[in-house]
Write a protein that binds this ligand. Structure first.
Ligand code: SF4
Length: 186
């Protein structure tokens, strides 16, 4: 099958693409992440995704970095914690765009690298994907079968940039707060 893979970053793309290719699929990547803040962080993650695409030899398209659309979509959920209401909206926005891109480029199905992260709710991601694309969405959990560990190995081998927060300004603030409280506890 020709699969459109929504890519959140290069580190997560690596094991997911390996897995799909090993299953005999042709992968077309789609980097669409208007949630990422600030812009230089976006560039770092995009560059890492391009590097992974080069290493594994698959085509990757870049979506529009339309931050306004993302901020409008999550309006009112600024105070939600990571893993809460805002994340569902964020997943939905990105997967809807991936579904559009899949149809435009005549791929057979679509899925996402978001399930590589152990911090994200894979059941929620897959339910959202199914609600958007029905049978066209491939429910997956790419962290299984050592996917998360493989991401770390390949990131090291290829020198991929590894982020230390999920992506949006609110997750960045949350990570600052955690670090500050850890410092205080020491
Ligand atoms: S924490 Fe991550 S998944 Fe949740 S809204 Fe922010 S960028 Fe999106």
């Amino acid at each position: 099958m020709k699969i459109l893979l929504h890519i959140c970053c290069g580190v997560c793309a690596a094991p997911a693409v390996e897995w799909l290719m090993a299953d005999g699929h042709v992968v077309r990547g789609f980097f669409y992440n208007p949630n990422i803040h600030p812009a230089d962080e976006y560039e770092k993650r995009l560059l890492a995704a391009k590097k992974a695409a080069g290493e594994l030899g698959f085509r990757m398209d870049e979506g529009v970095y339309d931050r306004e659309t993302w901020f409008k979509a999550v309006n009112g959920t600024e105070r939600a914690v990571e893993g809460g209401e805002r994340c569902g909206i964020c997943f939905k926005l990105r997967l809807e765009k991936a579904f559009e891109h899949m149809k435009k480029n005549m791929c057979d199905a679509f899925t996402t690298t978001l399930s590589v992260s152990p911090h994200k709710d894979v059941t929620e991601i897959n339910a959202i994907g199914r609600s958007i694309g029905g049978e066209k969405f491939i429910s997956a959990d790419f962290k299984r079968k050592g996917g998360f560990e493989r991401a770390g190995v390949l990131a090291k081998e290829w020198g991929l940039y590894r982020q230390n927060y999920c992506g949006c300004i609110y997750s960045l603030e949350e990570s600052f707060r955690k670090k500050e409280s850890e410092k205080k506890d020491k």
